[in-house]
Ligand binder design. Structure first.
Ligand code: XMP
Length: 511
């Protein structure tokens, strides 16, 4: 394991992902982890992340000099680079040098880290102050306009550092530099691959569950499907999957689970058909938060009843959850597994059943989950699915949710998705909510007659993490095809409009 020591930059997760792309497993530890704790984990190498702009910045975290003398290979990035320089007797000038954004790097001595790279190439910088003298024993290997010492290495001690950020896409050779550190300087053999992830996870699940029984709720989304598929591969029929069809799904989603997921995995599936119950509960509800609460409450009740039924028949002791690594990092958790009293953690499981959690995706990032899903043969419609909210189409009908309105929205949404996929835009778009303004009518004309129908809103957005988003500039021809088809094929809709609001100020969903 390579440990990424996080000094508070927003880049730690990105660094961990890049290390994994070099086929080396990595985890993130907080910057205040003690040297003893780090050494006890026997890491194959450490990567110190960026952080504040300078080691002289106010509140800059302390970096224990013993990190560099413990015999572990270390790569310092940005703040980690300055900290390494200072700890080992180099000099960081508190001169307020600032260098932000794209910068030309000049490789003065390729050494090991920059071996085979162009003599000058662009890198992404973000620092105040700079290293002016490398510590004894280090070779300075690169410089930039404002940083005389932009990279150094001491391959004997297996220590190296760069002032720039190799982990970001704006440093086009960054991945090579990280790989060279891991493979050449630290001497770590690549080998952490999708198939090794599957083998290791399957073995771990088998060891955890033994001959016990497990249950897994499927949502139609990628995380629960891949988690279930891994557990299915590990314990076969000891797993039962539960799928709640609340009637707020998009066209084809139930079939993807019932037919394609089952065909790919052989999983035992228990579908609960409760569309009418949800419609009854949602009757008269128009406020977005009340809708969410209503849907959430009904979902919990239905899932609880189904779980109790299955659990009683099968003596289920384990609950499978699709928790991902970013959730684990953000909640400050380690890589262990937890036993929970069900209602503490997982919304609405029966109070009197105690489950042990099985979390096969706990060490993985989303893109890795998708790769695992593909290798397990799951349908692309599930593995490649864009984010879709738990309350489903219920929060994409502005106004009361009714059976007919759901049918209208489902038809329009299916057309939009079909055309976006056909235009090859699925990877460009983060997600594209299709929204029905059910209480708005506008006048139109079709054939010889006047129409008085509802507008459909297209909300294509580009985003990294859904926290911020921009509206996606879709080609006019694609918009035209979607608009023509929806107004022709969906009788109640006579207008298609495009949402051109970023987030903030808009949110991605309309409710
Ligand atoms: P907003 O609308 O807040 O959405 O910009 C951000 C992301 O979260 C999704 N979303 C939800 N997901 N339950 C969910 O599971 C919800 O109630 C919910 N509301 C929004 C939304 O699709 C987007 O990806």
């Amino acid at each position: 394991t390579v440990l990424v020591v996080d000094y508070g930059a927003q880049y730690a997760q990105l660094i961990a992902r890049r290390v994994r792309e070099a086929q080396v497993y990595s985890e993130i530890v907080p910057g205040d982890t003690s040297v003893e704790e780090i050494v006890a984990r026997k890491p194959a190498a450490l990567i110190l992340s960026g952080g504040p702009s300078s080691v002289y910045a106010e509140g800059a975290p302390a970096v224990d000099p013993e990190l560099f003398t413990a015999g572990i290979p270390v790569l310092g990035l940005c703040y980690g680079f300055q900290a390494m320089a200072r700890a080992l007797g180099g000099e960081v000038a508190p001169d307020g040098t600032r260098e932000y954004g794209r910068t030309e790097l000049t490789v003065t001595d390729p050494g090991t880290l920059h071996g085979g790279l162009p003599t000058t190439h662009p890198v992404w910088m973000s620092h105040g102050d700079s290293v002016v003298r490398a510590p004894e024993g280090f070779t300075v290997t690169a410089s930039s306009e404002r940083a005389a010492v932009a990279a150094f290495e001491d391959t004997g001690r297996r220590l190296a550092g760069v002032q720039y950020h190799p982990e970001v896409g704006h440093s086009p050779y960054g991945q090579q530099v990280l790989s060279r550190f891991l493979h050449e300087i630290a001497g770590i053999a690549p080998g952490w691959t999708t198939s090794s992830i599957i083998d290791d996870t399957v073995a771990a699940v088998r060891a955890q569950v033994g001959d016990g029984r497990a249950i897994c709720g499927l949502s139609g989304g990628v995380d629960s499907a891949v988690a279930a598929a891994l557990v299915q591969r590990a314990i076969g029929d000891q797993l039962t999957c539960v799928f709640v069809d609340h009637g707020l799904l998009r066209a084809g989603e139930r079939e993807q689970v019932e037919r394609d997921f089952v065909a790919a995995t052989g999983a035992k599936l228990h579908t609960v058909d409760v569309a009418d119950r949800f419609l009854a509960a949602l009757a008269g509800v128009t406020d977005p938060e009340t809708k969410r609460k209503t849907i959430g409450r009904e979902f919990i009740r239905v899932f609880e009843a189904a779980t109790t039924e299955v659990a009683a028949e099968e003596h289920v002791g384990f609950l499978v959850q699709g928790t991902l690594y970013p959730d684990v990092v953000e909640s400050g958790g380690g890589s262990g597994t937890a036993t929970i009293k069900s209602h503490h953690n997982v919304g609405g499981l029966p109070d009197d059943i105690e489950f042990a959690l099985v979390e096969p995706l706990r060490a993985l990032f989303k893109d890795e989950v998708r790769r695992v899903g593909r290798e397990l043969g799951l349908p692309e419609a599930i593995v490649g699915r864009q984010p879709f909210p738990g309350p489903g189409l219920g929060i994409r009908i502005i106004g009361e949710v009714t059976h007919d309105r759901l049918e209208t929205l489902r038809a329009a949404d299916a057309i939009a998705r079909e055309e976006l996929t056909a235009a090859g835009l699925d990877d460009t778009i983060w997600q594209c909510p299709v929204v029905l303004l059910a209480d708005v009518r506008s006048v139109g004309v079709q054939g010889d007659g006047r129409t008085y129908g509802h507008p459909i809103v297209l909300r294509p957005v580009s985003s990294e993490d859904a926290m911020t988003a921009d509206w996606t500039r879709l080609p006019y021809e694609v918009l035209e095809r979607i608009s023509t088809r929806i107004t022709n094929e969906v009788a109640e809709v006579n207008r298609v409009v495009l949402d051109v609001t970023s987030k903030p100020p808009g949110t991605i969903e309309w409710e």
